[in-house]
Design a protein around this ligand. Structure first.
Ligand code: IMP
Length: 225
């Protein structure tokens, strides 16, 4: 509020009205306060904030620059794996300074549990052909690699010009199937993470950061089985 107070007082006109810049600053400060309330509400479920909103933003800008350099002059299509990669793909697409198209595919191997079932289902397939296109899979997290392998085979059968992977998070410790990941946002430890699109039982996707879910949340799940 101290900084905000300075801005406001510098922008108050003779009639006592604040200028548009000051009002904007006030709105931003209010947003921050509300985010803080949100974080407080989730505190019991989140053991640790692993990657902050600022770190996510910086890394995604850097990934966007790398993709821009690598795909210049190519017919690029993002295949966003929803729902987990919806926040990431939306922000990454805006960090890429090239014309591109975006399609979505809905997959699941987790159901509502925190341990992968190992069985992958396609709930929604692509809407357009990827034949002859430069396809970049946008994943939220690669864990065992089973989902990615399934998706890779599925997309390769549709004859893209080339196929690569961009994963926000890489949980290497649990890998069972190795596939090349061309762009990685962050390596993460062997813990169940939520936020910024990643869920546990469809919740926590709207957290603006990536956090480690408190094991007590799983404990409740175990007791309910
Ligand atoms: P994999 O097949 O084991 O690599 O799992 C990939 C999918 O499982 C991801 O796309 C996520 O939807 C989900 N997943 C894996 N680990 C986590 C996690 O820590 N938090 C939330 N979802 C996860």
């Amino acid at each position: 509020m101290a900084v905000l107070g300075g801005v406001v007082s510098a922008c108050i006109g003779a009639d006592g009205e604040t200028c548009p810049e000051a009002r904007l600053e006030a709105v931003r400060a209010q947003d921050l306060k509300e985010k803080d309330c949100g974080a407080r509400m989730w505190r019991e479920a989140i053991q640790q904030v692993l990657i902050s909103e600022t770190e996510l933003h910086r890394r995604i800008q850097a990934l966007g620059e790398a993709i821009t350099a690598d795909y210049r002059g190519k017919d690029l299509i993002f295949v966003a794996v929803i729902r987990g990669a919806m926040m990431f793909s939306a922000d990454l697409a805006r960090a890429v300074d090239l014309p591109l198209t975006i399609d979505c595919i809905a997959l699941s191997s987790y159901g509502d549990r925190h341990v992968s079932s190992g069985r992958v289902h396609i709930f929604k397939d692509l809407s357009e052909s990827i034949a002859g296109k430069h396809v970049l899979i946008i994943e939220d997290i690669v864990d065992t690699g089973i989902t990615l392998q399934y998706l890779w085979n599925h997309l390769m059968s549709r004859h893209p010009a080339d196929l690569h992977v961009c994963a926000l998070l890489d949980k290497r410790a649990r890998r069972q199937v190795e596939l090349p990941i061309k762009y990685t946002g962050f390596d993460v430890p062997d813990a169940f993470v939520v936020g910024y699109g990643l869920d546990y039982q469809q919740r926590y996707r709207n957290l603006p950061f990536i956090g480690i879910l408190h094991p007590e949340v799983f404990e409740k799940e175990r007791l309910q089985v």
